[in-house]
Design a protein around this ligand. Structure first.
Ligand code: CP
Ligand code: NVA
Length: 330
């Protein structure tokens, strides 16, 4: 949209945005969602195109970018982990300059945050982070929209995150909660807490927004009376298979089960970025079952399928929130 205050900006991590900019994007997504359901057509970017680079696999993020772009009238090109020259035969810097000549935006999912930052540095068009090892900012907008739809506000909401908090989802959630004045508790073994520098940064942000960040190793203390329970997989994309045994040992006490949900507030909801290992319906889930005897991992099937679980509304919101960042920044 011509004239949006965020036009031309990159979307690399929430730390780059003010609280007002973040809540503004959530509200824009809510408007676009309502209007789409009313049948309004938003083909404001007819003739524009976006490149979608995925060096890791995806269902939600890829589909959300494709549907959002098409709803806005844009064309898309999907570059998968094996079919492009990126990183192997062509540097990120050269790729950025090639794609800038053909596209109006570039989405990148991959490994280190420094790669997407470099892409943005050399691209002349907005770059969108579709997940790195360190951050998953588009996921956060969907989570914030889902929480706001349910509770009517963000500020003051008490959210507990259980599990591996030192990867993309945990790190980003800490930033998202700090920026929006939420009270976050991370319940995880100390070695899975986000790194100290990011913790300090987020504590400073939280002090200015009325939010708070608390760390505990006790899952029951951490989840007592909270409004939102959130978890993610124990082993993330790109991590070696050898870490499974240690993760299962370390993180099993933090599995989200009925006891955890009953310990949370009466109206508490359950969120998960997905995909999730809550049954034996996946190849990896069955492999882990055969090797370690587990039938469910970070969340029980009972909680995942319960009425408190809003994971599929959250997944739908990936599309509406990604549409909002394209609409604002292209
Ligand atoms: N939550 C999320 O990013 O899902 P995908 O890996 O399927 O994109
Ligand atoms: N932490 C997970 C998030 C998936 C959306 C991963 O990186 O695999």
């Amino acid at each position: 949209m011509k004239g949006h205050p965020l036009q031309g900006r990159d979307f690399l991590k929430l730390l780059d945005f003010t609280p007002q900019e973040i809540t503004g994007l959530v509200d824009l997504a809510a408007d676009l969602k309502r209007e789409k359901k009313e049948g309004k057509v938003h083909r404001v970017f007819e003739g524009k195109n976006i490149a979608l680079i995925f060096e890791k696999t995806s269902t939600r993020t890829r589909c959300a970018f494709e549907v959002a772009a098409h709803d806005l009238g844009m064309g898309t090109t999907y570059l998968n982990p094996t079919d492009s020259q990126i990183g192997k035969k062509e540097s990120i810097r050269d790729t950025a300059r090639v794609l800038s000549g053909m596209y109006d935006g570039i989405e990148y999912r991959g490994f280190g945050q420094e790669i997407v930052e470099e892409l943005a540095k050399y691209a002349d068009v907005p770059v969108f982070n579709g997940l790195t090892n360190e951050f998953h900012p588009t996921q956060m907008l969907a989570d914030l929209l889902t929480i706001k739809e349910h509770f009517g506000h963000l500020s003051g909401i008490r959210l507990a995150y259980l599990g591996d908090a030192r990867y993309n989802t945990g790190n980003s959630l800490m930033v998202a909660c700090a920026k929006t004045g939420m009270a976050l508790t991370i319940a995880a073994p100390r070695k899975y807490w986000p790194e100290e520098a990011l913790r300090r940064t987020c504590e400073e942000i939280a002090a200015s927004t009325g939010g708070s960040i608390t760390f505990t190793e006790d899952p029951l203390t951490g989840t007592h009376d909270v409004d939102v329970i959130y978890t993610d997989v124990w082993v993330s994309m790109g991590e070696p298979d050898q870490v499974w045994e240690e993760r299962i040992r370390d993180l099993s006490p933090y599995r989200v089960d009925k006891k955890i949900m009953d310990n949370a507030g009466k109206e508490a909801i359950f969120l998960h970025c997905l995909p999730s290992f809550h049954d034996l319906g996946t190849g990896i889930g069955r492999e882990i079952h055969d090797k370690y005897g587990l039938t469910e991992m970070e969340v029980t099937d009972e909680v995942f399928e319960s009425s408190q679980s809003l994971v599929f509304a959250e997944a739908e919101n990936r599309m509406h929130t990604i549409k909002a960042i394209l609409y604002a920044m292209i």
